[in-house]
Design a protein around this ligand. Structure first.
Ligand code: ZN
Ligand code: FE
Length: 258
């Protein structure tokens, strides 16, 4: 049975730590900072068995070099990006075998936030870095709207019950935007109430599920009439293609202030 713990880093990053019950080994996803990981490992008498990286931004891989000074382990990362600390490059369709935690993950290419961004899916859980956020999606720093829309559509096709682990606690701000786009969607309001209760107790709002994202995340709902008309009202243009609706919603969010 795979257990997943959060380690907080920087202002709002989560480093995910994966552990098989009763095993001294664990795997971390996107360690932007080594210190909180090393502290966790020491406090819990755990050893690192592998590192998974989703994309090249420093808040996701900045801690790898220091971790490698303590543990000589495989570092999996996107073949499409040059990250000097990655020693196992992986791309779409590759399998990542992690016997130390009894897990296998499949790699998905999900460009958009960055050009080579990847996700890891297996054991019913998804690690999607800065691509699919809870009720939101990552900014388009390197990719096109077409790429990001396609990447999100790919993730939305995973099983409904898939647990979604993203890398930032952006949920409340994303839900505020989702509510602005789709004020009549009551699920957004109830999700917001729940998320506020969690944050008041300093509990991560992550994971969610693919099902909940499809029901409340505007970036996965570009085919819905309500999202289409909201995007048309905002842009003052008629929009027929889902990708154009996606692009408008993304630009709207880029400039959205609470
Ligand atoms: Zn990023
Ligand atoms: Fe990030």
């Amino acid at each position: 049975m795979l257990k997943i713990f959060s380690i907080s880093a920087f202002k709002d990053n989560y480093i995910w730590l994966l552990q098989e019950a009763n095993s001294p080994y664990c795997v971390v996803v996107d360690p932007g900072d080594a210190q909180p990981v090393l502290e966790y490992l020491l406090a819990n008498r755990q050893q690192l068995a592998a590192i998974l990286i989703t994309h090249h931004h420093a808040d996701h891989c900045g801690g790898v070099a220091t971790l490698l000074e303590h543990f000589s382990v495989p570092v999996y990362g996107p073949a499409g990006e040059s990250i000097t600390t990655v020693n196992q490059s992986v791309a779409n369709g590759d399998k990542v075998n992690l016997p130390a935690i009894n897990a296998v993950f499949q790699v998905y290419d999900i460009p958009g936030h960055t050009k080579g961004h990847i996700a890891y899916y297996g054991q019913g859980v998804l690690f999607c870095g800065d691509t699919l956020f809870m009720a939101g999606c990552g900014r388009l720093f390197e990719g096109t709207p077409e790429q990001m829309h396609h990447s999100l559509t790919t993730l939305a096709e995973l099983p409904d019950e898939t647990l979604v682990y993203c890398a930032h606690e952006y949920t409340l701000a994303n839900l505020a935007f989702a509510k602005r786009v789709e004020p009549d969607n009551l699920l957004i309001e109830s999700r917001m109430q729940h998320a506020m209760q969690l944050r008041q107790r300093n509990i991560p709002t992550i994971p969610s599920t693919i099902q909940l994202e499809k029901a409340t995340n505007p970036f996965l709902r570009c085919h819905e009439p309500a999202i289409k008309s909201a995007a048309e009202n905002f842009s003052g243009k008629s929009l027929d293609k889902a990708v154009d609706i996606f692009h408008v919603i993304r630009q709207w969010k880029d400039n959205f202030k609470l």
